[in-house]
Write a protein that binds this ligand. Structure first.
Ligand SMILES: [Fe+2]
Ligand SMILES: [Fe+2]
Length: 471
């Protein structure tokens, strides 16, 4: 393990100075990254922000907190510590030493996996770029920027791999990662959910809960990769990702808490007039973000993913904790399917059903959030509950892409869907209402009326700390 070099132009723990060619290539990508950040990154002008910066990868003290101007943020390259004896845990190469170089036969597939992951990182920064102007508090504003700079660092993490291991093609892909833009008509981001806008803070909290959580599961499968540098990169990214999900989890907590409070105080469900978000609107946002995030896991069956697994490129969530042969050649799995006009299950080989396996891990995790939010409602003495919609609801990818299904799982005709969808997904009226609440509160220690303050601040600081200095 090389000690982190923080004085370099590009902070890193990969001994970048020992490979001048690579260092020069990354240093010539750096200004392109910075100009992307200036044009596509956060639009609210700030002097400085109380941010966490990765400086090391050890168990303790991996991050430094302090006020920094965002344009001077030290985006670095950090891989988790190498386990020198690491062996491949699954697939046809199970038991062989992990790869330190890219095997020729898997080069194209590995590059593709890295590009797809890399594409999501700057996409979310683009989606969230205007949110600073309507932040409900300086604490929330700081969290938004923290998520943004770390997604920028995750782009660096993927670009490092492309530059270091994929030659000229890798360098070209690294440029493309800055050229595609979220929602662009000519050059959109690769995955659908990353071309949706994040126009308000309820969307931001739902995005960081549901869509960043998809990222957690994707990174979890890449962390198992036989390609060791990819594995180590993803392991460290997961550490940062935990904070993004905390922002989502506690963000939705606080919205639900505030709504519940106003419902109880005024003894009504109809709280829009009191300037908070009604529970049915929260449910619609949840339905939307959950269903588009389910699509990110791909089709229920996939031969590509089966091949990735067998090749050792991408494992399962917590692969080493699974009690099976880690080859899966003879196993089966029941996957969600649409059979003879019915929503049903069908058995397929375990390998081709791996997307379903991962999506189920994700769904079980998402249920944890709903439980939390329902506990908040129960503690407020309210009978109302939130719920995850049915797996087939509002799907554009996979077995249910061609049918319409209600949140409770009834198959619907096109006309029934048209009639019902306004009750299940945010309407223009809902979005306009939510947006009307998004008036900025940029005053220290103050918070917008539609959201409760957090229980804790950041890094032991109080809620009323001066997290951001605006310019
Ligand atoms: Fe990320
Ligand atoms: Fe994230």
């Amino acid at each position: 393990m090389t000690t982190p070099d923080y004085a370099e132009k590009i902070p890193n723990n990969v001994a970048l100075h020992e490979d001048r060619r690579l260092q020069r290539a990354l240093e010539s990508w750096q200004p392109n990254f910075l100009s992307w950040w200036q044009t596509m990154g956060p639009t609210l002008p700030t002097q400085d922000v109380y941010l966490r910066t990765a400086v090391n990868v050890g168990r303790e003290g991996w991050a430094h907190f302090g006020h920094v101007p965002m344009k001077d943020y030290r985006w670095g390259i950090f891989l988790a510590e190498q386990n020198p004896g690491r062996r491949i845990a699954f697939g046809a190469h199970k038991g062989e030493p992990a790869w330190q170089k890219v095997p020729g036969e898997y080069r194209a597939d590995l590059q593709r996996l890295i590009v797809i992951q890399g594409d999501t990182e700057p996409a979310s920064v683009e989606q969230q770029r205007n949110l600073g102007a309507t932040a409900p508090s300086l604490y929330d504003l700081r969290n938004l920027f923290q998520v943004n700079v770390e997604e920028g660092r995750h782009l660096w993490a993927m670009v490092y791999l492309l530059h270091a291991y994929f030659g000229r093609e890798g360098r070209e892909e690294a440029e493309e990662l800055l050229h595609r833009n979220s929602g662009s008509a000519d050059a959109p981001r690769i995955l659908g959910a990353f071309n949706e806008e994040t126009p308000d803070w309820l969307s931001f909290f739902m995005f960081t809960y549901f869509t960043d959580r998809d990222g957690k599961y994707q990174l979890g499968t890449l962390k198992e990769s036989a390609f060791d540098p990819l594995s180590r990169t993803c392991e460290f990214m997961l550490k940062e990702e935990a904070h993004h999900m905390m922002v989502g989890t506690t963000g939705v907590d606080r919205v639900v808490e505030r709504t519940a409070q106003v419902m109880v105080e005024n003894d009504t469900d109809d709280v829009a007039a009191f300037g908070v978000i009604p529970l049915p609107v929260i449910q619609k946002y949840l339905n939307f973000h959950y269903s588009v995030s389910l699509d990110l896991f791909g089709g229920e069956t996939s031969t590509n993913v089966a091949n990735y697994y067998t090749a050792g490129l991408k494992g399962r969530w917590l692969e080493e904790r699974r009690k099976d042969d880690h080859v899966l050649a003879d196993d089966g799995i029941m996957v969600d399917a649409f059979v003879d006009g019915e929503i049903a299950l069908t058995e397929v080989p375990a390998l081709t059903g791996l997307n379903t396996d991962l999506r189920r891990e994700y769904i079980a995790d998402c249920e944890g959030g709903v439980k939390r939010w329902n506990r908040i409602l129960a503690e407020a003495g309210l009978p109302h509950r939130l719920a995850l919609p049915h797996i087939a609801f509002n799907r554009k990818v996979g077995a249910f892409a061609g049918i319409e299904v209600s949140p409770t799982g009834e198959k619907l005709s096109a006309a029934e869907w048209e009639r019902g969808k306004g009750q299940w997904l945010p309407t223009d009226t809902d979005k306009t209402f939510v947006r009307s609440l998004m008036r900025p509160v940029h005053e220290r220690g103050k918070i917008a009326a539609w959201v409760a303050p957090p229980r804790n601040g950041i890094n032991g600081k109080p809620f009323d700390y001066d997290y951001v200095h605006l310019s």
